[in-house]
Write a protein that binds this ligand. Structure first.
Ligand SMILES: Cc1cc2nc3c(=O)[nH]c(=O)nc-3n(C[C@H](O)[C@H](O)[C@H](O)COP(=O)(O)OP(=O)(O)OC[C@H]3O[C@@H](n4cnc5c(N)ncnc54)[C@H](O)[C@@H]3O)c2cc1C
Length: 142
């Protein structure tokens, strides 16, 4: 045990016949409190139970929530993980329209995002974060 039940990249516990996935599992020091990582871990565990060789390398933390009827999206580096000396944070806000976007960039690459209000770009943003793609300054102009 650490913060959860420790598992290796095959989602096996220290007993190779016992697997752990989801919110109870700790992989490489990380416990995920979201549905999508649990499903990714489950598919790796199932493959290994069936004598496959799938490996789990961690999940991107992204969540789409509805809080008091408002859409909230968060992905990648956020909160305390933002390094003030290395990351650039761009914020766009229009509180009268319940509109808020925060983009976090490191070396020009998108590493995190928080958005309030509906946004059709969340899938594209999430992919950009996963692949650590560059965001050109022109794209940051609102
Ligand atoms: C209010 C709320 C809102 C959330 N919203 C989101 C969201 O919008 N998006 C998102 O990605 N995640 C969300 N989450 C988190 C998400 O629900 C969890 O990360 C996810 O359900 C974890 O799945 P799990 O299968 O690991 O655990 P669980 O869903 O907790 O499943 C564990 C199961 O084990 C059973 N169990 C417990 N003890 C025993 C026992 N001794 N014997 C047999 N069975 C047992 C429980 O009854 C339960 O059914 C939310 C969580 C909460 C509380």
């Amino acid at each position: 045990m650490g913060n959860g039940i420790k598992v290796n990249d095959a989602m096996q516990t220290n007993d190779p016949d016992i697997f752990a996935v989801g919110e109870c599992a700790e992989h490489r020091g990380q416990v995920y409190g979201l549905i999508a990582p649990g499903l990714e871990q489950a598919s790796v565990a199932i493959d290994n139970i069936l004598d496959g060789r799938a490996t789990y390398l961690g999940s991107s933390k992204a969540v789409n929530l509805k809080v008091i009827n408002k859409n909230v999206f968060s992905a990648g580096v956020n909160g305390n993980d933002v390094e003030p000396y290395m990351d650039k944070v761009f914020t766009y806000e229009e509180s009268s329209k319940n509109f808020y976007r925060k983009l976090i960039l490191r070396n020009g690459k998108l590493t995190g995002c928080v958005a309030l209000g509906s946004w059709s770009e969340t899938n594209r943003i999430h992919e950009t974060i996963i692949h650590k793609r560059k965001i050109w300054p022109l794209l940051l102009v609102y």
